[in-house]
Design a protein around this ligand. Sequence first.
Ligand code: ZN
Length: 240
Amino acid sequence: MRVLVFSDIHSNLTALETVLERERNIDAYWCLGDIVGYGPDPNECIQRVRSLPNLLVVRGNHDAATLGEVDQQTFNHEASLAITWTKRVVNAESMEYLLSLPEKEIYNDITLVHGSPRNPVWDYVMDFRTALQTFSYFDTRVCLLGHTHVPAIWQENATKAPTAPVMDYYKTKIVTKTILNPGSIGQPRDNNPKASYALFNPDDMTWELRRIDYDIDSVQQRIKKSGLPWRHALRLAEGW
Ligand code: ZN
């Protein structure tokens, strides 16, 4: 079974389409939240994601903020401006879809959340210490999560933090209880602007992290046209 695992699209349709175009023979699609926020294409991204077959999606913090479920002041100023903009442009159908998203999904021996199983929408698993604490909050062998926009692999019983998989391709076999983060499709933050995602095979437990170039310039132009903060366009080119 080939599963495309992806997260944090953030209304970047060009990045999403580029990945979907490249990865054709996919049996299931698992999206770890934040379909919207920051970027110019919220309705289009929601429509594209929900059209995918054998789909699992969980709710992210920007999805929740668009629904008005959280205080926008918890976001930094420019993220908040984008949420206000997104609230204005999302149609009723998109809102209904966001509202239908669960905070957590479990598929066989795999947990899917946006942030962390401890606090599915909000927690960040950013460092080794937090990752080690997180293991006691899920019973499955694997936990898939996003939210940090940085790809990562955290293994239980590891004695030290793993080297971050910064290269454009990285393949590993999961042999112990593990937390996996595919990075971000639409706004990577590890100084690598290429869209980040993973191919996961739950049958033999292999995880392949992949990166791909997409037309960043066209997204920047749409951000400019929409009146969203220019900072959200700038960061795409540098990956921060
Ligand atoms: Zn995000």
